[in-house]
Design a protein around this ligand. Structure first.
Ligand code: SF4
Ligand code: SF4
Length: 168
């Protein structure tokens, strides 16, 4: 059974097609430039041949996450909540700016707050798909009054995502 699969970063790809020639299964030769995970056998030939380093081999199962203290996670979540509120404020400001300078200032602030929050969520393990925290979050979402199609996606994610932190 394969332990890895190939993923192409389209932003780095120069479309010289070397990966297409070396791929033994044709997984790399797709209409939409996205490597076909179903056909990929994880041999890594494409990643080794790519001169632009546009292909990465991604593990199917990630190792368990480092244990994080609840106290630290709770602090990160509180800080994340504040950053989300500040981001909402900058969204309102952006809609009401009068000058180009104001627009650029609030846009930069908005982006900076979003990136900081993403880092906080990643550090708290909520953005790592195979972590226990992500599973807890998905299970919590199932208890919320969300649109039916969103709930279907949440259920599917819970079914297909392994939980590599079991026991924490
Ligand atoms: S070898 Fe790399 S740069 Fe060339 S087409 Fe494949 S992914 Fe793109
Ligand atoms: S890892 Fe191997 S099978 Fe998968 S896309 Fe690359 S060359 Fe093809």
């Amino acid at each position: 059974m394969k332990s890895k699969y190939a993923v192409r970063n389209l932003a780095l790809c120069t479309k010289d097609c070397l990966c297409l020639y070396v791929c033994p299964t044709g997984a790399s030769d797709t209409e939409d430039s996205i490597i076909d995970v179903g056909k990929c056998i994880g041999c890594g030939a494409c990643a080794m041949s790519c001169p632009s380093k546009a292909i990465s081999m991604v593990p199917i199962n990630y190792p368990p996450q480092q244990k994080k203290e609840d106290k630290l996670v709770n602090l990160q979540l509180k800080l994340g909540e504040n950053k989300a509120l500040e981001e909402a404020i900058t969204n309102t400001k952006i809609k009401n700016v009068k000058t180009d300078e104001e627009y650029r200032l609030f846009k930069a602030l908005n982006m900076s707050l979003r990136l900081t929050n993403e880092d906080l969520m990643r550090e708290s393990s909520y953005m790592l798909p195979q972590s226990n925290k992500t599973h807890e979050l998905l299970e919590l979402l199932l208890t919320k009054k969300l649109p039916k199609d969103i709930l279907e996606v949440v259920k599917e994610l819970l079914e297909i995502l392994p939980n590599n932190d079991k026991g924490y």
